[in-house]
Design a protein around this ligand. Structure first.
Ligand code: ADP
Ligand code: ZN
Length: 744
């Protein structure tokens, strides 16, 4: 049964509606459009006038575009030629708080305001009149003939009092065909009405009983709910300790105050489990905002958030840019997750922007993680964030044991990756009817395809990257640009036949190896490539969690928060994988990922075991992972970064230059590096230009300059002076990445 519509509203009194700045018809207003013009344009206010903040449609050349009235016009343009605003859209004006948030976030990330506005208006059909749909309720007429089917319809209408239904809902609940309802409409016994489609979301009830919290959990809730107004709390707790239960109580507290709450999740596949938990706690589902929801639903969410018809939003990072009426709490779950950093278009870190937005609207922030980012850990150490900790798993579950498997002494033939020690442990689980997870963070069949005749490795035509064989798709794929091509039978270089062979493992190849080792076990490979929709993926994860596989082989997809109650063994094929490379955060990432993956094991009563295959088990990061001395690890990592003056103890920015020809890109890079006066003034240093680790993507050569500055300098202002006035020739592009996370 679908949720019944609820016609209530929340937070009506708390809106902080924009009051100042009304413009009468014909007065000049400045309109910021979503078009890539970095200027506020003058228009005449339309008939009936408009408020500052109003969403409007304006003419731009031959087109009509979306914009927001940003303030008074400048009047530096012939009044007679100035065009008029076409119309004011039927949505609440942008609040002052949102205007300043976009300004500050834009200034921080050095993003033009028009691009920020695009982020804040990512909902189709904002200006459309609310589309209507037919709804059905009890009428006053009598039916001419009483039939069992008609009696059922009347019974449903009576049971739910004055509530309205869609035709389908009413027919389904009564267990009759839609023609029965239509027949009753004709007689006036059922009323058919037009109603706007963008209905408010069902009301959430914070007074429904919560789970009985453990003393630790209750203490954590008390800290989260202490005080009013802005605060950030780092909620650190091992996987399965009840972080979700705890922050749901922060949501409850926020709802009781009549304010809105937002929960950010790193992965849409996680939403459905969370929605179920929200429903269990508050009696109804929240609004959802991510790439998996329909356009109609997106519009509904955007509008209801602004009108107060949505109390809780669950979504991806872009949900931060919705026009909340009165946001009182933002939870960032798995706050360390790299997916919070948007790496294309507007480069922003949703975790940092969350703290900014919350501090501007007096909201609380909860950053939840079993393995916090070093940034958040350091902020808690410095006293900027509160910190609460859940150290034990809920109930009988205990943290898994962790051990390394020293691959130097394992007896393993070439082209095979599951060590005898790991095989033996899997065998035991298969016999006991428990699940094992084999973790390898590599999609596809094999990362490299090599010609045994000439040594050629098949690469992407447009990127400096090797193509990855995906046997499931029967193609080679470039993981940088997504380009695919059929698997050739002859070497593209020397034309030798049948000499191409796969090198190294991907999850698909692991699937083959494991199936051969355990022919009677049910083996299931979980990789994002195998699903065309989030729904399919979710469904598959659920069947696996319910026991439909003995051995799961997965990429990092499985590391993120899913619950597999029958899982008691995690085997990591290559624990050293993430430690290679020069990334500043390589150690931190490996530590987080390994602890997260290991945390999948033993979440129910049976104890778990995590085994890490490694060729360097004495590496300090591996020993830290195994010992579980998290504080020790962070302190050591923090000391190293402080020494090097890198984030979070110093500031960094990346400048990525790209173009179709390598020469001009380097010339521009060298020019910038030589003319770095604006940076030196503030004590910042520029490194490079250097080719990016993947020097060419999609046919564009990429060069990087890295800027390092002491903490506390006005880095953005210096960067603006340095690259702001630059005129880029031809097809050259420049992108600024503040607090870069990863370079590739
Ligand atoms: P985390 O978010 O830290 O991984 P969860 O909140 O998902 O942990 O809790 C792990 C499991 O334990 C969930 O199934 C949850 O419902 C259950 N759980 C946690 N705390 C309680 C509690 N106080 N009472 C009942 N069940 C709980
Ligand atoms: Zn490519």
């Amino acid at each position: 049964m679908s949720a019944l519509p609820y016609f209530g509203r929340v937070g009506q009194s708390n809106g902080g509606q924009m009051t100042a700045g009304f413009f009468h018809e014909g007065e000049l207003v400045g309109v910021l459009t979503t078009q890539p013009i970095d200027r506020v344009l003058d228009y005449k206010a339309p008939e009936g006038g408009c408020f500052a903040g109003a969403f409007v449609e304006v003419p731009l050349g031959p087109r009509k575009v979306l914009g927001v009235v940003w303030g008074p016009g400048k009047g530096d343009w012939d009044y007679a030629k100035t065009r008029s605003v076409i119309r004011v859209l039927d949505v609440p004006p942008m609040r002052e708080e949102m205007v300043s948030f976009l300004q500050k976030a834009g200034a921080y990330t050095l993003t033009p305001l028009s691009a920020m506005l695009r982020l804040a208006t990512r909902s189709p059909g904002l200006g459309d009149p609310p589309s209507m749909r037919k709804i059905y309720r009890m009428g006053s007429g009598e039916v001419d003939r009483v039939t069992p089917a008609r009696t059922k319809v009347l019974a449903v209408l009576e049971e739910f009092g004055g509530l309205a239904f869609t035709l389908k809902e009413l027919a389904e609940m009564a267990g009759v065909g839609t023609s029965v309802v239509k027949g009753m409409v004709a007689q006036g016994a059922v009323l058919e009405e037009e109603s706007p489609r963008d209905l408010p979301f069902a009301r959430l009830d914070p007074e429904l009983p919560s789970k009985e919290l453990t003393p630790d959990q209750a203490a954590a809730v008390a800290v989260l709910n202490k005080g009013e107004g802005y605060s950030t709390t780092l909620l650190k707790g091992v996987t399965g300790s009840g972080k979700t239960e705890v922050y749901l109580e922060a949501v409850a507290d926020c709802l009781r105050r009549g304010r809105q709450a937002l929960v950010l999740l790193p992965e849409i596949a996680l939403t459905s489990e969370f929605l179920t938990r929200v429903q269990a706690r508050f009696g109804a589902k929240p609004a959802e905002w991510h790439s998996g929801v329909t356009m109609t639903e997106r519009r509904r969410v955007w509008k209801m958030v602004g009108e107060g018809g949505a109390e809780l939003v669950v979504g991806a990072r872009s949900a931060l840019f919705l026009p909340y009426r009165d946001l009182g709490l933002i939870v960032v779950d798995e706050e360390h997750d790299t997916s919070y950093k948007q790496e294309d278009g507007v480069m922003y870190n949703a975790r940092d922007m969350t703290v900014l937005r919350a501090s501007m609207c007096g909201a609380k922030v909860v950053l939840a993680s079993a393995t916090p980012s070093l940034e958040s850990w350091a902020n808690a150490e410095a006293g900027k964030y509160r910190r609460v900790e859940l150290t034990a798993r809920f109930g009988a579950a205990v943290m898994p044991q962790m051990r390394a498997i020293d691959m130097r002494v394992e007896d393993l033939p070439g082209g095979k990756w599951v060590s005898p020690t790991l095989q033996a442990e899997i065998q035991k689980r298969v016999e006991r009817g428990e699940q094992s997870l084999i973790f390898l963070n590599r999609r596809g069949y094999a990362p490299v395809t090599l010609c045994r005749a000439c040594g050629h490795q098949i690469g992407c035509d447009d990127c400096d990257a090797r193509m990855v064989e995906h046997r499931f798709l029967k193609r080679l794929m470039c993981h940088q640009c997504g380009e695919t091509k059929p698997m050739p039978t002859v070497c593209p270089h020397c034309e030798a036949e049948d000499r191409l062979s796969p090198i190294g493992p991907g999850v698909e190849r692991m699937g083959e190896e494991v199936t051969a080792l355990f022919p009677d076990a049910r083996v299931s490979v979980l990789s994002s490539d195998h699903y065309s929709t989030a729904r399919q993926l979710k469904a598959h994860i659920e069947t696996i969690a319910s026991g439909e596989a003995d051995i799961i082989i997965g990429t990092q997809l499985v590391a993120k928060g899913h619950n597999f109650p029958l899982l008691t063994l995690v085997g990591v094929i290559d624990a050293d994988l993430g430690l290679q490379g020069s990334d500043l955060r390589a150690a931190e990432r490996t530590f987080q990922l390994m602890r997260q993956v290991a945390g999948r094991a033993g979440r129910a009563e049976k104890p778990g075991l995590a085994l890490l295959q490694s060729f360097q088990p004495e590496h300090p990061v591996i020993t830290a992972i195994l010992s579980g001395d998290e504080e020790g690890f962070w302190r050591a990592e923090a000391a190293e970064r402080e020494q090097a003056g890198v984030p979070p103890y110093g500031r960094m920015a990346g400048i990525v230059l790209s173009g179709p020809e390598v020469g001009p890109v380097f010339d521009l890079g060298n020019h910038l590096a030589r003319n770095d006066g604006a940076l030196r003034q503030v004590g910042a240093v520029v490194y490079g230009p250097a080719p990016a680790p993947i020097a060419r993507i999609r046919g564009r050569h990429r060069v990087r300059l890295l800027v390092k500055a002491p903490k506390g300098v006005a880095l953005q202002a210096a960067l603006s002076r340095w690259v702001g006035g630059l005129k880029l020739k031809g097809d050259l592009r420049l992108q600024v990445d503040i607090d870069p996370q990863s370079f590739f």
